[in-house]
Ligand binder design. Structure first.
Ligand code: GLU
Length: 293
């Protein structure tokens, strides 16, 4: 039997909304379909964006919807020494360098690059030194040429390719405001929690090549990936607190769960609207038929 460890990793920037319910449900169904372990990780690393009480409210809503983690939830804000340790391990590869560029300088150079129809990636200004500027952020050098091409087979979206050199450029591991970058924290945590299967929203598809490259730099295995379609509002924007997503009505979990399953393309019978048990039994079966192992 293959070992399966999956996770739902919400950022506590507000209460659970329909878009995050869809991601939570997809990761839960995949874990249950594999008879695996399902974890929750509170991604409160971005101090300025974290809303007090939001994490507790998300956990409470998940429980009301019948999704309780198999191990105690992990909080990123309590794991800073781990990120520091792994950052130092990255530094010892010689691939990490300080960057003194301000947002404006990068934007200006990108406008220039864009005008020349070249790249929108970070142009590598500080690769060979700060030129007297103070260090602000720390970046990870990506390979040049064909070595920069990362490919992976997404279990929902199919084969994916990204050229890190031309599409992303050297990316930030430690931000100018002294916060650990999401890319670093998420990879360190997925390794530490021995995650084998990542199921999340397609808005993170674009981050996956960076995360695979980070895994390669750290010499750790790459999990399998599945990105479900994101939920958009009437204007086609991803649902989030910023685009005015409403908190879920936790008093009617079955209604929201059935809607989330419908968004995932799962065809359930009327029975699934009768009880949580019936819903999950049908949804797990429909999920197993819908996605690749
Ligand atoms: N915390 C991220 C978010 O809520 C998700 C991270 C992940 O699943 O890798 O968008």
């Amino acid at each position: 039997m293959t070992i399966y460890r999956g996770r739902f990793a919400p950022s506590p920037t507000g209460p659970l909304h329909f878009g995050s319910l869809v991601s939570a449900l997809a990761s839960w169904l995949d874990a249950r379909a594999h008879r695996g372990t399902w974890l929750v990780r509170i991604e409160d690393i971005d101090g300025p964006r974290t809303v007090p009480g939001a994490a507790e409210s998300i956990l409470e809503t998940l429980a009301r919807f019948g999704m309780v983690a198999d191990e105690p939830p992990v909080w990123q804000s309590r794991r800073m020494p781990l990120y520091q340790q792994e950052f130092e391990r990255m530094q010892s590869t010689g691939l990490v360098y300080p960057c003194g560029c301000t947002r404006k300088e990068i934007a200006d150079s990108l406008v220039h690059a864009h005008a020349r129809h070249t790249t929108l990636a970070y142009p590598g200004t500080c690769r060979n030194g700060l030129n007297g500027k103070p260090a602000r952020a720390w970046r990870l050098r990506v390979p040049d040429g064909d070595a920069a091409i990362v490919t992976f087979d997404d279990r929902w979206q199919g084969p994916q390719t990204q050229n890190l050199a031309t599409e992303v450029g050297d990316f930030v591991l430690r931000r100018a405001d002294d916060q650990w970058a999401y890319q670093l924290a998420v990879v360190v945590d997925d390794v530490d929690q021995r995650i084998t299967h990542i199921v999340r929203g397609a808005d993170l598809l674009d981050s996956t090549a960076r995360q695979i490259y980070l895994q390669q730099c750290l010499g750790v295995p790459t999990p399998s990936y599945l990105h479900v379609p994101v939920v958009t509002n009437a204007d086609g924007e991803k649902l989030s607190k910023q685009t005015g997503a409403l908190a879920l009505d936790a008093s009617r979990p079955l209604v929201a769960l059935n809607e989330a399953a419908l968004h995932l393309g799962l065809k359930l019978s009327g029975t699934a609207a009768l009880s949580r048990e019936a819903f999950y039994a049908e949804a797990i079966k429909a999920w197993s038929e819908r996605v690749k192992r």
